[in-house]
Ligand binder design. Structure first.
Ligand code: PXL
Length: 279
């Protein structure tokens, strides 16, 4: 079986990071190994206060060491929310230990949204994420994360020429293929833009725009994109599957007022995802 290891937190309630990545990547028919970076009682987004936070930095090197001794290998290594700045060095060592000639690394530089860093995250972590991005095959920031990674103002008013320039600057950080999520040039469509720097090709994928903001959609997109790439789909196919599935999840969440403030009802759409990857 194809195997992906994903390194991110467990938010025990709230549907993001590992509680999204595990079911989604598994539904794609891929074995999913996990390294939890921290355990929180909920995610740190709007509406949740006084959440617990247990940092697991100290556990990660021993897990990696055990796996090295077992000669484990993975088609994809996919990182998300990190629990401490110290984890940047540990994850970077993990990349060195588990990178092969045929696998790939995805860094979702989870830092913030709507122009703001997530609660408790620091500029030091931003610098660390930038270093991790330099080692990745794919990075998947939203426009907030783009602004922190590149040290430029946050904007939601841009055109295609601006996004292409940003993609080139993200590739200059050292990653092969930057992918920007939440891209919209007008009110009718929303999607993702990518730049394959090895082949000098830009690529877009859009779905219909729904003007709602849902928590956890970035994690849904990155999980699906990583799974699709591990299954050998092309960049264009992986973008299309991730954009379409993220749209499905947003649409499916709208009738669920009691849940929509903290996450997306991705569970209702998993059968669609299974069909997307069959096609
Ligand atoms: O969805 C990104 C994310 C992951 N993990 C934690 C978060 C967030 C966003 O708020 O708080 C703990």
């Amino acid at each position: 079986m194809k195997k992906i290891v994903t390194i991110q937190d467990i938010s025990c309630f709230g549907k993001c990071s590992l509680t999204v990545a595990l079911p989604i990547i598994s539904a794609m028919g891929i074995e999913t190994a996990v390294i939890p970076t921290a355990v929180l009682s909920t995610h740190t987004g709007k509406g949740f206060n006084n959440y617990t936070f247990h940092d697991l930095t100290g556990d990660i090197p021993a897990i990696a060491e055990h796996w090295k001794n077992m000669d484990l290998n993975f088609q994809g290594i996919y990182t998300g929310y990190l629990g401490s700045t110290e984890q940047v060095g540990i994850v970077s060592d993990f990349f060195d230990d588990f990178r092969t000639d045929t696998n790939f690394i995805v860094v979702d530089p989870v830092l913030g949204d709507s122009g703001q860093l997530y609660a408790g995250l620091t500029n030091e972590l931003v610098d660390g994420m930038r270093r991790l991005c330099s080692k990745a095959d794919y990075i998947i920031p939203n426009m907030t994360e783009v602004s922190f990674l590149l040290g430029i103002p946050y904007t939601e008013n841009y055109d295609e020429a601006y996004i292409k320039d940003i993609l080139l600057r993200l590739a200059d950080l050292g990653c092969k293929t930057p992918v920007i999520t939440g891209v919209h040039y007008d009110d009718t469509r929303q999607g993702a833009a990518a730049y394959d720097s090895e082949n000098d090709v830009f690529c877009h994928s859009f779905s219909r725009n729904i003007n709602y903001h849902f928590h956890g959609t970035g994690d849904i997109f990155s999980s699906v994109f990583t799974g699709a790439a591990a299954l050998g789909k092309s960049l264009r196919q992986s973008l299309d599957i991730a954009v379409n599935f993220t749209y499905d999840c947003i649409e499916a969440t709208i009738p669920h007022l009691e849940e929509m403030w903290y996450g997306s009802c991705f569970e209702l759409c998993l059968s669609k995802l299974i069909n997307y990857v069959k096609e």
